[in-house]
Design a protein around this ligand. Structure first.
Ligand SMILES: Cc1cc2nc3c(=O)[nH]c(=O)nc-3n(C[C@H](O)[C@H](O)[C@H](O)COP(=O)(O)O)c2cc1C
Length: 178
């Protein structure tokens, strides 16, 4: 029987969200799609201002090519940093393009301390479906023992029964609710 295929799609400006993607990928043997927005640098203070402006004006950046086909995965995990209490603009761009191709989703976000709940709600709106599971990690969590426990809980909740993963998928459309 086929092994469930999991793709982790994430954007990270300063590494927090990427580190979480790597930790999850190792636990569940997932593929990774690290989003790269095109255009001017997002580093440093000017980069921060650019990201902030984009997020409040609703500007969607173009992305470098994303080679993984999300419709060929049983589950797509979407990870984003929190920007102005919302989803980062590269992840908004990706979801705008691919939401209809997703069979099953899980979400996580990292944040300085506030806005995680709003980010998860926005991810659900953008993806057009409720997640299998979700996780909010604050920066202080990333440096505490809680981090490993939370990531393990999240990874365990991603596990798809093998039989469900092998079901026909109606041409890549949404899977029936379980
Ligand atoms: C433009 C911008 C806006 C941000 N807004 C928030 C916010 O509203 N709430 C919050 O807790 N953290 C906010 N942060 C902090 C990031 O969400 C946090 O540092 C995150 O872990 C960074 O992830 P990364 O290292 O993967 O880029 C913001 C960061 C940036 C660059």
């Amino acid at each position: 029987m086929a092994r469930p295929r999991i793709l982790i799609v994430s954007y990270s400006r300063t590494g927090n969200t990427r580190d979480v993607a790597a930790a999850i990928a190792q636990l569940v043997d997932a593929d990774r799609e690290d989003l790269v927005p095109l255009g001017a640098s997002r580093d440093g203070l000017r980069g921060y201002m650019r990201c902030s402006l984009e997020s409040v004006t609703g500007t969607l950046p173009a992305l470098a090519s994303t080679p993984h086909d999300p419709s060929s995965y049983d589950l797509v995990v979407v990870g984003t940093p929190t920007w102005n209490l919302g989803v980062s603009t590269p992840v908004r761009s990706w979801l705008r393009q691919h939401a209809k191709e997703l069979r099953d989703v899980a979400f996580y976000c990292t944040c300085g301390g506030t806005g995680g709940d709003r980010v998860l709600a926005e991810l659900q709106r953008l993806a057009g479906r409720a997640p299998r599971t979700a996780m909010i990690l604050r920066e202080r969590d990333l440096r505490s023992p809680r981090y490993r426990t939370e990531v393990m809980r999240f990874a365990n909740a991603l596990r798809i029964p093998v039989a469900a993963a092998a079901e026909p998928t109606n041409g890549g459309g949404p899977r029936a609710a379980r």
